[in-house]
Design a protein. Sequence first.
Length: 178
Amino acid sequence: MSIIKEKTVTDQMLRETAARMTVAARTAPKARGIDTFEIIIAEGDSIIKLAERMGRIAEEDDIPFFKRDAENIKNSPAVFIIGTLIKSIGLKRCGMCGFSGCDEKNNHPLVPCVFNTGDLGIALGSAAAVCMDNRVDNRIMYTIGQAAMELGLFETKVRIAYGIPLSSESKNPFFDRK
């Protein structure tokens, strides 16, 4: 007789959901079709390292919710993380970033392009929708993205990032937090 324990099934499903989230985020609409994303999935020791970094940020900068979020992700078997480069999309006239167009904005490489951040928001929504479709508990957290950037987990120069931890507990652990 062969028995498969629930934890084995749920952990595998959460990893598969994270993979589907990657596809959903990658294929989400982007301004002028320009892709500025890097997507990673953290598991096991990588989640612990993220949580540790989040805890250090909480202590270093006296930001308690980083510690709260760090505790939240420790029991997640998979954390989806997406970040964007800051890269203008080549418009002659826009001004939504505060500059007249991309040529002027490019003189200020750390000022975000509104299209990069807008595209990131759309991709996050697409990824979270996959969680909903699969009945997977989740929460979008900037704290995870911050820790991922500080740990150098991205191969590119990602400047804005978010993470989405996944869970399949009887109650969503990412809400009603202390």
